[in-house]
Write a protein that binds this ligand. Structure first.
Ligand SMILES: [Zn+2]
Length: 441
């Protein structure tokens, strides 16, 4: 018998690859942080000996969810700008006053705790102070792709493109040895950047072999501004600089013409769809079914908590499926299997991590979650895959493992101190309360 670190025996398993489907009576063996086998329970009992056996008789076991677009450090701005127009400056003013390593550390810790409890095992960040977010990720054990933010306007983090790039590269070097942490360029918007900066990002992304995330056609106004300023739509500017490649992750993408969808498909680029943020800000709707039919890799993101209120990929999966059907005028569009694929392996692919995570396959990292389907509101279970996507929620996640480490057990954080995180958030709430600030609206 082969000795392994752990054996997990759920009622249902969703391997996600080679296809998204629910299977029964499988067990997953984990050793030294990796999946060793996904085999029938009887075979697992014959082959593997272990001290840690996790029986989950009412649960689905699936790969951890991948949040392909978030601003973790901004999570303390949750609730600050609800029901306000996109031009509202509350968050920008709060950032001008408070953005710094303290805000980002407490915000990122809050975000990571929320994401872990909801089954997100990997996130791609796009916020200032990625060094601080990286420290929080490292202490928590979550997998992260830190954003090397690039802008040409000053923030508390950097003053110009040169400094953003230099500090981003320092973050890249600093976390090089951490097996759970990678980096990617995070362009706030192509509109913020001149051609020289775009060319520099292209060259560095090629050298470092890292993804390039950017806001892409989030709103009609953003596209119009690009046309009037540069004579080109943002995607055309990225193409002119050679940035439309498999490394590109375009976030939001609510304004895409047919030819642009074709371009993304033929280039092998990805879209990070953030349906709830788009709906709440009335930004427009991403044509997910058209993208999928064209062969574009569509991942899912939450965006920051100031935009979407919850860093909850279950809510995003559901919104992606519902909005996708609505936009396509077709109830069969964006089915549950597609939504789950977007939240797992498509996210891994976008972040160039598909060899490591995104599905349950021997050799991949043991980034696994269990979802309890026994709640009354989920009964009866006639279609476990559809009910997982349409009826379950982050609160049904009972266990999270990342690289084999058990980080959420029985719905509780193992490594992070939930009470301390809540206390810090409460303190920030008093500082950020718009009603309490003098001279505020
Ligand atoms: Zn965004």
């Amino acid at each position: 018998m082969q000795r392994v670190d752990a054996l997990i025996r759920p009622r249902w398993t969703a391997r996600v690859e080679p296809r998204v489907a629910i299977e029964e009576r499988l067990a997953v063996a984990v050793d030294r942080g990796r999946i060793v086998a996904v085999v029938p329970v009887e075979e697992a009992e014959r082959r593997f000996a272990t001290g840690a056996r996790h029986d989950r008789p009412r649960h689905v076991l699936l790969p951890g969810l991948v949040n392909a677009h978030v601003r973790a450090g901004a999570s303390l701005f949750r609730g600050l700008a609800s029901d306000r127009p996109r031009t509202d400056t509350r968050v920008a003013r709060a950032e001008a006053r408070w953005l710094g390593s303290e805000l980002v550390a407490d915000g990122a810790r809050l975000a990571v705790a929320e994401m872990l409890l909801g089954g997100i095992t990997c996130f791609a960040d796009a916020y200032d102070y990625p060094d601080v977010t990286g420290e929080v990720a490292a202490e928590s054990g979550i997998r992260a792709v830190l954003g090397m933010v690039v802008r040409e306007t000053r923030s508390a983090w950097a003053r110009d493109a040169d400094e953003y790039v230099r500090k981003g590269l320092e973050v890249h070097d600093r976390f090089k040895g951490d097996p759970l942490i990678r980096t990617a360029f995070a362009l706030c918007s192509p509109n913020d950047l001149g051609e020289a900066t775009l060319a520099r990002v292209r060259q560095l992304a090629d050298e470092l072999d890292v993804p390039v995330g950017t806001r892409l056609h989030e709103t009609a106004a953003e596209v119009e501004a690009s046309v009037s300023r540069f004579g080109l739509r943002p995607l055309a500017r990225l193409r002119a600089q050679g940035l439309v490649t498999p490394a590109l992750i375009g976030a939001h993408a609510t304004q895409l013409e047919d030819a642009e969808i074709e371009l993304l498909a033929s280039a092998g680029a990805s879209v990070a769809h953030c349906p709830r943020a788009n709906l709440k800000q009335a930004s427009g709707a991403c044509r997910v079914e058209a993208l999928r039919r064209a062969g574009v890799n569509v991942a899912l993101g939450t965006d920051g908590a100031d935009r979407c209120d919850r860093l909850d990929l279950w809510a995003e999966m559901r919104a992606a499926a519902l909005l996708g059907k609505h936009v396509a005028g077709d109830a069969t569009a964006v089915p549950a299997a597609a939504a789950l694929e977007m939240a797992t392996v498509a996210g891994a692919r976008a972040l160039n991590l598909e060899r490591e995570i995104g599905s349950l396959a021997p050799g991949k990292a043991a980034d696994l979650i269990c979802v309890d389907l026994s709640r009354l509101a989920l009964q009866p279970i006639l279609d476990p895959l559809a009910q997982l996507v349409y009826a379950a929620s982050g609160e049904d996640v009972t266990d999270v493992w990342i690289a084999g480490a058990h980080l959420v057990a029985n719905r509780e954080l193992v490594r992070l101190d939930a009470a301390a995180i809540a206390a810090a958030a409460e303190q920030w709430g008093r500082r950020l309360d718009p009603g309490a600030a003098s001279g505020d609206d």
